[in-house]
Design a protein around this ligand. Structure first.
Ligand SMILES: Nc1ncnc2c1ncn2[C@@H]1O[C@H](COP(=O)(O)OP(=O)(O)O)[C@@H](O)[C@H]1O
Ligand SMILES: [Mg+2]
Length: 267
């Protein structure tokens, strides 16, 4: 059997804020085509890990390679040019702008030609490019079933819908690897199920590799290929969902949440 292709490799990554060690010596890799989840108690360093990958934070030491290229030292926009996309733990939409415009903002950096080339527009290929651009955005709107709210102001939508629009904007960049920070936080059960299905489809039909931080163990164990557990900035476990559910070390880290873990497993 051929070994899986490593898309992302994290090696000995450490990050400190003054005296607070957010991450200590973290190693893991993500294979092309996987849904890889990161779990752990609040403050464990999960968001910090995603921020190191996206370039928002610079680790104090370690190495992060994506498609075989070292990313440390690269700016966030250089990383998105390489095929990295992300959503945020807290919503980051332009509330006064329409859904469509919010998604177009995501696509914008992919355009080679400037829209404002005047008469040249008709000859330069920019027209064709704009058409392709709009088509790509329409595909995403259809896929995420947000056609009915395309003209709504993002700020007026329900929380669940805003999370979906945020996902659409990230997907609009056609990333090869997408980083999702608590995509289902604050959602009701139905919204969570919808979101889980979109993530699965993005993975299976669009071929996107996914790294997801999520607290809902039912979802994590249901859709992930592999799971990593962080606790106080250190990796304490990594493995298949079943292995993680059975891991004593993990249950201890979730002290008090153990019953919840077991309940959701059988739900
Ligand atoms: N920008 C920052 N400045 C100072 N401390 C931070 C910053 N970001 C994260 N931390 C600290 O790093 C630790 C890990 O935080 P975080 O990565 O947000 O955890 P998680 O996402 O697992 O809840 C926490 O102690 C947090 O207070
Ligand atoms: Mg977080």
């Amino acid at each position: 059997m051929s070994s899986p292709e490593k898309l992302l490799s994290i090696s000995k990554v450490s990050l400190a804020f003054g005296g607070v060690k957010a991450l200590t010596d973290v190693n893991f890799h993500v294979n092309k085509g996987e849904i890889f989840s990161i779990i752990g108690p609040n403050g464990a360093g999960k968001t910090s890990m995603l921020n190191c990958i996206s370039g928002r934070y610079q680790p104090n030491q370690g190495s992060i390679t994506f498609k075989g290229k070292e990313m440390l030292g690269m700016k966030p926009n250089e990383r998105s040019d390489l095929g990295l996309g992300r959503t945020f733990q807290n919503l980051a939409l332009f509330g006064h702008m329409s859904v469509l415009d919010n998604i177009m903002v995501g696509r914008h950096h992919l355009l080679k030609n400037n829209f404002a080339t005047g008469p040249l527009y008709w000859f330069s290929g920019a027209q064709k490019e704009e058409l392709e651009h709009r088509r790509a955005v329409e595909d995403i709107i259809d896929f995420l079933e947000i056609s009915h709210i395309r003209k709504s102001q993002a700020g007026t939508l329900s929380y669940g819908l805003r999370k979906r629009v945020e996902l659409a904007r990230a997907v609009a960049l056609k990333p090869d690897l997408i980083l999702l920070d608590e995509p289902m936080a604050g959602m009701n059960q139905e919204e969570k199920e919808d979101m889980a299905r979109y993530i699965l489809d993005l993975n299976e039909e669009w071929g996107m590799t996914v790294i997801m931080i999520e607290h809902d163990m039912g979802v994590v164990m249901g859709i992930s290929n592999r799971v990593m557990v962080l606790d106080f900035g250190r990796k304490i476990a990594e493995g298949l969902p079943d292995e993680i559910m059975a891991n004593e070390h993990v249950k201890k880290a979730y002290l008090g949440e153990e019953d919840e873990l077991l309940m959701e497993e059988t739900a």
